[in-house]
Design a protein around this ligand. Structure first.
Ligand code: HEC
Length: 147
């Protein structure tokens, strides 16, 4: 057998590093969407749609307003968190989609509807984005409520 050359060793370690980084990244991505209704592509599309349409009110990580329970002088509620700390998780996906497409006026709220701009699939993708902020146990409670 030929002895392993120095050159081979020099190439081996960086290759191993690249390979393990790739495996790790893949595993982390799979973990993010494991046991969820959405896949990685939907999540990425949703993150972008959320960034473009929702962050002005619901903030970058869907954390919403801190004082979301306090009505303002006109009796309106501020944008609630969608990250699992308020009650978006009480609603089935279809209700969330209709809230996004039709807006809050159906419930006496002020959120604008996005039906002129987003499809139901787009709305679902934004839901995937804010659901990615939910813990697994909260997500499971949401799944159970919908059964
Ligand atoms: C102009 C501010 C504003 C924008 C932009 C906005 N929202 Fe809202 N959103 C609100 C407010 C305020 C409420 C509370 C109900 C109401 O007043 O209509 C709300 C409520 C919601 C709810 C219901 C939460 C619950 O706990 O029941 C969801 C879901 C939601 N928004 C998703 C979105 C998504 C997704 C987008 C982007 C496509 C978006 N919103 C854009 C202001 C906004």
């Amino acid at each position: 057998m030929k002895p392993i050359s120095n050159k081979t060793i020099k190439i081996f370690w960086p290759l191993l590093l690249i390979f393990s980084t790739l495996v790790f990244a893949l595993a982390a991505n799979t973990y993010r969407t494991q046991h969820r209704w959405y896949d990685e592509d939907t999540l990425e599309r949703g993150a972008k749609l959320f960034q473009d349409n929702c962050v002005a009110c619901h903030k970058a990580n869907a954390e919403g307003s801190a004082d979301w329970k306090m009505r303002d002088a006109n009796g309106n509620l501020p944008p609630p968190p969608l990250n699992g700390t308020a009650h978006a998780w009480h609603h089935p996906k279809a209700t969330l989609v209709s809230q996004i497409l039709e807006g809050g006026s159906q419930y006496g709220g002020t959120m604008p509807g996005f039906g002129h701009k987003l499809t139901a699939k787009d709305a679902e993708a934004t839901i995937a984005f804010f659901q990615s902020k939910w813990s697994d146990s909260l997500y499971q409670q949401w799944v159970k409520r919908d059964e």
